[in-house]
Ligand binder design. Sequence first.
Ligand code: SF4
Ligand code: FES
Length: 244
Amino acid sequence: MRMRIARSREGGKVTHYDLYKIDLKKGMTVLDALFQIQDRMDPSLSFRYSCRGAVCGSCSMLINKEPRLACRTQVAKIREENMRLKAFPAIVETPSGWNPDKEILVEPLPNMIILKDLVVDMSKFYDALESMRLWVDPEMNEEAFLQSPEDRKRIERYVNCILCAICYGSCPVNAENEEYIGPAALAKAWRFHEDTRIRNHTRYVETARVASGAPMCELIMNCVKACPKGVAPGGAIRMIKQNE
Ligand code: SF4
Ligand code: FES
C-alpha cells in the first residue's frame, strides 16, 4: 500500500506531495501509518495527535478527500466508506498522479491555515467558541441543580463533541466565508440552551443568531455526515434557526 501525503515545509499552502510505501499491518490506522513513515522513512513529516483513541480530537485530516480522525480510520477499510459530502474545491480537486486504487491520499484539514504538512492552525475554530462565551456563567449559576436522565439525554449528543473541527473542515460555507462561526460552536450554543441546569440559557441562542452564526448556515449537512462522534451539528443549527 502506498500513501501520498501533502507537504508544506514553509506552511501556508501545500507545496508538493510525497509518496511512501507502507508496510500494511492488520487493523492499521492512518495514524499508525504516519508513525511508520515518521519512524522509518521521514522524521520531518509533521502531524498532530494525542490520545490515539478518538477522544482528543487532535488528528483530524483529509483522508482520500474525506475529513476524518486519523486514529480512527483503518487503512484497509477506507475505500469501503463514503460520506457522500456535498462538493467544494478542497474535497474535489485531486493532485496530479494520484491513483485512488493503489494509494491513500492524506492532506491537511480544509478551511484552516496550514502550519506545516498536516498540522493546521486551529485558532479561528477556538476563537469562535471563545467569542460566543460557550461556558456556564458562574455568577448566574451559583446553586447546584439536579438533572433527570431524560433531560441529560436531550443534550447527550452535543456533550460528546471532542472539538476535532472535522465539521468545520467539511463545511462548504466555512470554505467560502472566513467569518462563519462554524457548526461545532453553534451546536455547543444549542447544547447550553437545552441544558436544564442553566438559568440564563437564552443568551446562548441569541449569540448563535449573530450574522456570522446560524443565519449563514445553508443546512448543507456535511457536518452531520462527517462528525465522528454523531453530534449532528446541522440538526442543532436547524433548531436555532427555527427559534428565530
Ligand atoms: S461537532 Fe463533531 S465534527 Fe464538529 S468538532 Fe464536535 S465532534 Fe468534531
Ligand atoms: S489522536 Fe486523539 S482523536 Fe485521534
